[in-house]
Design a binder for this molecule. Structure first.
Ligand SMILES: Nc1ncnc2c1ncn2[C@@H]1O[C@H](COP(=O)(O)OP(=O)(O)OP(=O)(O)O)[C@@H](O)[C@H]1O
Ligand SMILES: CC(C)(CO)[C@@H](O)C(=O)NCCC(=O)O
Length: 385
């Protein structure tokens, strides 16, 4: 099972009985199921302002994130049942019948692309330090000016890849996509390396050297660059190209080198296609999301280099901290019974670190400062009930 127990859950284990589950959203993808749920903190739900007048009730609490492999949906359902989350809401297409049979609830279905965009806009507008660049091993957070966010290109790298031009809230067009995505990396990688888990494959790629298998420009040009067409000797001329001439079999290559070449090939390709699509529509900003990235340094580095290379330094790749949860988060915030039209700030949530405006209302976020673990992201939200 691939449940990375969110740190938030650990926090909550002790006081879960004091919390109430208010909302649940699911994103059931080709590879992973993403779960977002909101737990009300004790005592939230109504309030009195400074003057003693009763003000709009607010729901205070915390958003929690969890993910499961889609093939292990029963583990996910058990998780939902064990936490009584099925007594809340919904937002997913697949497995509706199974969920109805096992949990006795009917999910409200939301559109995948709508949810991705809603999730991205929500994160970019409401969450402090959400987007960052990754250049030369350095992560740098990007200040997002809410008045100058659009248009941008959202590249969601899941099993497959969707490229969406976003022009505003609910205003978008899926302009391109490619089937060579995260599922390709994991699927081909599993066959070629015998890795048993995605994390193992990612870890292997970390240790490998792609030059053993990739054919470089220098391999073709006797160690020289081909500067006339802008290629250095270390640029890859042909991914996996050395395998044709080495007279070797798969077993003669180290799995870590294979994993590295594969990761580089796929990341590079996505970076290139993304930039070309951004160019088609004159988009300066490209945000990459989806669980293929997993905050992995080499993946982000390769995508960043590809965008920078093809744009001749004009464009920069940006990544999102909540990378894989856009769809689930979008389903969560667009669920009509608690639409963000009802989000409000409230005095009792002044302890929250960041207060931003989303959909014309204030939302207060408490961002977990541990940026190393993408599974443990949580923040507090104040909802108007
Ligand atoms: N623990 C994991 N198990 C399987 N794949 C993982 C894991 N962690 C990261 N991945 C990668 O993330 C990809 C899935 O990403 P994501 O969950 O964003 O998309 P999805 O919703 O499953 O796909 P799609 O949107 O195309 O249906 C996998 O194909 C794989 O490359
Ligand atoms: C089919 C979806 C949208 C499902 O999430 C995704 O896997 C995807 O965008 N695949 C790429 C399909 C294509 O455009 O070639």
């Amino acid at each position: 099972m691939d449940v990375k127990k969110p740190a938030s859950q650990e926090n909550l284990n002790g006081d879960e009985s004091e919390s109430q589950i208010s909302h649940l959203a699911l994103d059931i993808g080709g590879s992973l199921i993403k779960v977002v749920y909101f737990l009300r903190s004790n005592g939230s739900g109504g309030s009195v302002d400074d003057s003693g007048k009763k003000s709009d009730p607010v729901l205070e609490g915390r958003l929690h994130f969890a993910k499961f492999e889609t093939s292990k949906i029963n583990d996910c359902l058990e998780f939902i049942r064990s936490k009584n989350l099925h007594l809340a809401g919904g937002g997913a297409y697949k497995f509706a019948d199974l969920i109805k049979e096992k949990l006795g609830v009917v999910l409200d279905k939301e559109d995948e692309m709508d949810c991705l965009v809603t999730g991205a806009n929500f994160l970019l507008k409401a969450v402090h330090q959400e987007a960052f660049t990754y250049v030369d091993g350095q992560k740098e957070f990007v200040q997002i000016d809410q008045n100058d966010l659009y248009p941008y290109l959202l590249v969601n790298i899941g099993s497959g890849v969707s490229m969406i031009k976003v022009d505003g809230d609910g205003k978008f067009e899926r302009i391109s996509g490619t089937s060579v995505g995260g599922g390709t990396f994991w699927g081909l990688g599993r066959l070629l390396t015998n890795c048993k888990s995605f994390d193992e494959l990612l870890e292997l790629s970390h240790q490998g050297n792609n030059r053993v298998i990739d054919m470089l420009v220098g391999d073709i040009y006797g160690g020289s660059e081909y500067s006339k067409i802008g290629l250095t000797s270390t640029n890859i001329a042909s991914s996996f190209g050395k395998a044709i001439s080495d007279n070797k079999e798969l077993k003669d290559y180290k799995p870590e080198d294979v994993a590295r070449s594969l990761l580089r090939m796929i990341s590079n390709n996505i970076g290139q296609i993304s930039y070309l699509n951004a160019l088609r529509f004159g988009l300066k900003r490209i945000f990459f999301a989806g669980f293929f990235i997993r905050g992995h340094a080499y993946t982000m580095d390769t995508i960043s280099v590809a965008v920078s290379f093809w744009s001749k330094g004009d464009a920069k790749a940006m990544f999102l901290r909540h990378e894989g949860f856009l769809g689930a988060l979008g389903a969560f915030v667009s669920y009509e019974n608690h639409g963000l039209g009802g989000l409000k700030t409230h005095q009792s949530v002044q302890q929250f670190a960041v207060s931003k405006t989303y959909a014309g209302k204030k939302i207060c976020c408490l961002v977990n400062e541990d940026l190393n673990d993408n599974e443990s992201i949580d923040f507090g939200v104040a909802f108007a009930a």
